[in-house]
Ligand binder design. Structure first.
Ligand SMILES: Nc1nc2c(c(=O)[nH]1)N[C@H]1C(S)=C(S)[C@@H](COP(=O)(O)O)O[C@H]1N2
Ligand SMILES: [Mo]
Length: 403
C-alpha cells in the first residue's frame, strides 16, 4: 500500500531557506496565488525544493524526516527517519534466524521463511526517538541534535512477539523479555563508555511483550524492510519511544530479573522522584503527548492579510488525541485546531488551523499544544528531570508576516 495523501495538506515544492541571505522565505502553507508557485528568483538560488530528509550523522547514518514536508498520514519509506547507534549489520533473509531462550521451557530458533508462515497482522504505529527535538533544549545537549523529524508514522506487518513466547513456554517467575539486535559497537565519549563491544538491546516488561501491538515485523508500508530499518526482521513496540523497537532482531531472552543493559539503564533514562523526592533513574518507555507544527516552518515568510494554514501532527501513543490548540501570539491566546477525522491508536493525528494573517508586517510566534484522552497536555517548558529525552514541551515557531 502506498502512503495515502492527506487532503488538507497543501503540496507543491517547499522552498528552503536562502543560505545567501539567511533570511526566511517560502510560502507553501499559504493558499491562493502563491501556494505551490515555487521559488521566487531572489529567494533560493540553487535549491530545487525543500530537502525531504536531513542527515544528522554519517557512519552510523542517522537521518531525520524533514518534518516541514509532512504531507501524508503514513511517512513514505524513503523519508522515514533513521536512528542507528552502530553500523547496519549485513544480513540475508536466507541466513537470518532469531533465537528464543532464557526462562522458558522450550528454547528454539526460527528462520525467516518459517516466521512468515505464521499468522501475521498489520498495525499502524508511530516511532519517535526519545531524543527528538533535542536541538531545542537550552543549554544545548550532547547527542544527536534532532530537530522535529526524529518521528515518523508507519504501517507494519509481522507476527506478535506473543506467538513466539507461547511456543517457547514462558516459565513462572519471568518478569521481562530482552530483545537483542545483530548490530554491535562501542559507545564512547561524550557518553559514559560501554563495556567494550556491545550489541543494541532493550527489555520490555513481560506484560507489554505479550501485547498484540508488539510485532516482529518484516514489512513497513507494504514493502520489505530496508537495511536501515532492520532488514529482515525488527521489533515494533507500538506506543513506546523508538528505542524499544529493536532492529535486526537476533535474540529474545526471557528473564526472571530486570535487565540493566547500557541502553536500558545508562542511556534512555530519566529522573523520577518516587522516594520522598529522591531522584531515581528510570528507563524511558511509553510515549508522552506531543504535537508539532510542520508548516509554516520556522523563519518562513507568510503574506500579510491572507489565509495561512497552520498544519501539523499530534500523538500520544495508545490514547487518542482529543484536542490540539494553536496560538499565533506566542501562547497568549489559544484556538482549537481542526483534527483529522482519522484517529488511529498509536499513530499520529493530523490537524490544521486557518490563520488570517495581520495586514501589517511583523514577527509572530506560532505554537501548538495537544491534549490526549488521559487528560495529559504538553507543558510549556522542558522538565529538567527528563534530561535530554522525552522532549514534549510546546515548541515556538517564529514566522515573518510580510506585505
Ligand atoms: N538494533 C538496533 N535497534 C534499534 C536501534 C539501534 O541502534 N539498533 N535504535 C533504536 C532507536 S533509538 C530508535 S529511535 C529506533 C529507530 O527506528 P528507525 O531507524 O527504523 O526509524 O530504532 C531503535 N532500534
Ligand atoms: Mo531513539
Amino acid at each position: 500500500m502506498r502512503p495515502e495523501e492527506f487532503p488538507h495538506a497543501p503540496v507543491g515544492p517547499i522552498p528552503r531557506r536562502s543560505f545567501l541571505h539567511g533570511a526566511a522565505l517560502a510560502v507553501p502553507a499559504v493558499s491562493g496565488a502563491l501556494a505551490g508557485a515555487g521559488l521566487r528568483a531572489q529567494d533560493a538560488p540553487a535549491a530545487p525544493g525543500y530537502p525531504r530528509v536531513i542527515t544528522r550523522q554519517v557512519k552510523p547514518d542517522n537521518i531525520e524526516f524533514a518534518f516541514p514536508t509532512l504531507n501524508s498520514f503514513l511517512t513514505p519509506n524513503e523519508q522515514f527517519y533513521i536512528r542507528s547507534h552502530f553500523n547496519v549489520p549485513k544480513l540475508t533473509a536466507a541466513e537470518w534466524k532469531v533465537r528464543v531462550e532464557g526462562h522458558v521451557d522450550r528454547p528454539f530458533e526460527i528462520s525467516f521463511d518459517e516466521l512468515r508462515r505464521l499468522e501475521s497482522r498489520t498495525i499502524t504505529a508511530l516511532l519517535e526517538c526519545a531524543g527528538n527535538g533535542r536541538v531545542f533544549l537550552q543549554p544545548l545537549q550532547a547527542g544527536l541534535r534532532w530537530e522535529q523529524g526524529g518521528v515518523s508514522n508507519g504501517e507494519w506487518t509481522g507476527i506478535p512477539l506473543a506467538t513466539l513466547l507461547d511456543r517457547a513456554g514462558v516459565r513462572s517467575g519471568a518478569v521481562e523479555v530482552i530483545l537483542e539486535g545483530y548490530d554491535t559497537g562501542r559507545v564512547g565519549l561524550p557518553s559514559p563508555s560501554s563495556a567494550g563491544e556491545i550489541s543494541f538491546a532493550r527489555s520490555l516488561p513481560l506484560e507489554k511483550a505479550r501485547s498484540a501491538d508488539v510485532l516482529l515485523a518484516w514489512q513497513m508500508n507494504g514493502e520489505d524492510l530496508t537495511p536501515y530499518h532492520g532488514f529482515p526482521v525488527r521489533v515494533v513496540v507500538a506506543g513506546w519511544y523508538g528505542m524499544a523497537s529493536i532492529k535486526w532482531l537476533k535474540r529474545i531472552v526471557v528473564t526472571d530479573r530486570p535487565y540493566n543493559g547500557y541502553f536500558q539503564t545508562f542511556a534512555y533514562t530519566i529522573w523520577q522522584r518516587p522516594h520522598e523526592g529522591l531522584p531515581t533513574l528510570v528507563s524511558v518507555g511509553e510515549l508522552d503527548v506531543k504535537s508539532q507544527i510542520a508548516r509554516p516552518a520556522a523563519q518562513e515568510i507568510v503574506p500579510s492579510g491572507a489565509n495561512c494554514r497552520i498544519f501539523g501532527a499530534a500523538w500520544a501513543g495508545e490514547p487518542e488525541i482529543t484536542r490540539v490548540d494553536v496560538s499565533t501570539d506566542g501562547g497568549q491566546s489559544w484556538h482549537a485546531a481542526k483534527l483529522d477525522e482519522k484517529s488511529v491508536p498509536n499513530a499520529w493525528r493530523l490537524f490544521h488551523f486557518d490563520w488570517q494573517t495581520p495586514r501589517t508586517a511583523g514577527k509572530h510566534v506560532l505554537m501548538s499544544r495537544a491534549t490526549d484522552a488521559r487528560g495529559r497536555t504538553q507543558p510549556m517548558q522542558h522538565d529538567p528531570d527528563r534530561r535530554d529525552a522525552m522532549i514534549t514541551f510546546v515548541q515556538p515557531i517564529e514566522v515573518h508576516v510580510r506585505g
